[in-house]
Ligand binder design. Structure first.
Ligand SMILES: Cc1cc2nc3c(=O)[nH]c(=O)nc-3n(C[C@H](O)[C@H](O)[C@H](O)COP(=O)(O)OP(=O)(O)OC[C@H]3O[C@@H](n4cnc5c(N)ncnc54)[C@H](O)[C@@H]3O)c2cc1C
Length: 385
């Protein structure tokens, strides 16, 4: 649990509310919706009623305007209980931020109150079958025609695109070519009822199973020209700015998952008796628990450091976010591995113990929000390599 001096009294209160909700409401249901892979809309609705959907947005748009440090303290509590809920929520919060930062006042007034109230859930479509880390190579095009953007292409992996509350997405598309041959990429708001837009099948996954990840199809899809979000040609940098917050959020979610691994392992190690005493008495098990605790503290500290940098508007924020995401996601993979080992055969069970779910949920933290190789490349570039 974060006991950071920078968490405000209001943040502390929200953190406590999140902790109780995570442990009493989400945790008992988590394995159930993970098994069924059914999106837990009822939980998102409860979080909306609690005022959680607009935590970072200013009050004038229906949000609470809390700091990033307060936000990560709350997010870690939710992630402790379940990754589908935590990640669905953080994606929504970060895209709301894109509307606030790059939207016109008209776009903000129209869309953001619906997001902060939880009336709608939002998605961001960058990735395509042939373009993941290399987003510059996307093939989806948007061409101006009679006051509209005409969009053609397809997207893959898009989170929050097909839930009962989903309303389209912010789409990254090629809107032109620069003199040097590079594509001009722009972000465009595509509402769910745009003609020519189709939400495809939900993608089945190893972990985060209840999360809503979709293929999306655009066939001569038409949206009004005014749906451009931000400046034409600046779409990639818009997305990257949002992803800084996403990386901090991945730091918090990874830390929450790692903490859950440690808490469950400690409890199990104290109870499980072999050779006449609890396995927590064996040094080999103690070493694992001590390493987990230490790495979790480091992951949390890096995440808080990045959150503080964001609150301060520091130019170091991007690097701090990359380092937090890199270290915390690796930590949660390692902690889930050790938790599995400490639980022995029970680590492999899908009933009665949460470890197999945590193990499956951990790995993709190293892939989403920019792979860990991409984080290392950005850090190395910043170092002057
Ligand atoms: C569950 C889930 C939800 C997602 N949600 C969204 C979403 O909502 N919106 C969205 O736009 N995307 C989403 N994504 C996509 C995600 O952002 C991409 O998976 C990620 O960016 C990596 O892209 P890729 O999977 O195509 O892998 P690739 O880019 O093909 O990479 C494959 C491997 O090659 C490595 N690699 C690639 N290039 C280099 C290089 N130059 N140097 C060294 N190594 C390299 C990578 O690090 C990785 O290990 C989601 C993905 C998942 C799994």
């Amino acid at each position: 649990v974060i006991h950071d001096v920078d968490v405000t009294p209001k943040g502390r209160e929200l953190q406590q509310t999140a902790r109780e909700f995570a442990r009493e409401v989400i945790a008992p249901q988590a394995q159930g919706f993970w098994d069924s892979a059914e999106f837990p809309q009822h939980i998102m609705d409860q979080m909306a009623e609690m005022g959680f959907m607009g935590l970072l947005a200013p009050e004038e748009y229906g949000g609470s305007g809390i700091s990033t440090v307060d936000y990560v303290a709350v997010l870690e509590e939710i992630a402790w209980a379940d990754m589908t809920v935590a990640l669905t929520w953080q994606v929504h919060i970060l895209i709301t931020g894109n509307y606030l930062k790059f939207g016109t006042e008209e776009q903000r007034q129209y869309w953001v109150p619906k997001m902060t109230s939880g009336e709608i859930l939002v998605a961001l479509g960058g990735t395509e079958p042939d373009a993941g880390s290399d987003l510059k190579s996307i093939k989806t095009t948007a061409v101006r025609e009679d006051g509209h953007w005409v969009i053609n292409g397809r997207k893959m992996f898009i989170t929050n695109a097909g839930t009962p509350r989903s309303d389209g997405l912010v789409l990254l598309a090629r809107t032109g070519t620069r003199k040097n041959g590079d594509p001009d990429l722009s972000t465009i708001i595509v509402p769910k009822d745009a003609p020519g837009f189709r939400v495809g099948e939900k993608i089945r996954t190893l972990g985060w199973r209840a999360m809503d990840n979709r293929y999306l199809y655009f066939e001569d899809c038409r949206v009004p020209e005014e749906n451009l979000l931000g400046v034409e040609g600046k779409g990639l940098s818009n997305i990257m700015t949002g992803l800084d917050l996403g990386r901090i959020a991945f730091g918090a979610c990874s830390t929450g998952l790692a903490q859950a691994c440690l808490d469950h392992s400690l409890e199990y190690a104290r109870e499980r008796v072999q050779f006449g005493q609890p396995i927590s008495k064996y040094q080999a098990v103690q070493m694992k628990l001590a390493d987990m605790a230490t790495k979790i503290d480091a992951a949390r500290a890096l995440t808080l450091n990045a959150a503080r940098a964001r609150d301060a508007g520091s130019p170091e924020m991007s690097m701090a976010a990359a380092k937090a995401k890199l270290f915390a996601s690796r930590t949660c993979v390692e902690c889930s591995d050790e938790a599995f080992q400490i639980h022995g055969g029970r680590g492999f069970l899908l009933d009665g113990y949460p470890i197999a779910r945590l193990y499956a949920d951990a790995k993709t933290m190293e892939v989403g929000e920019g792979t860990n190789e991409m984080q290392r490349m950005a850090i190395a570039k910043h170092l002057g390599c």
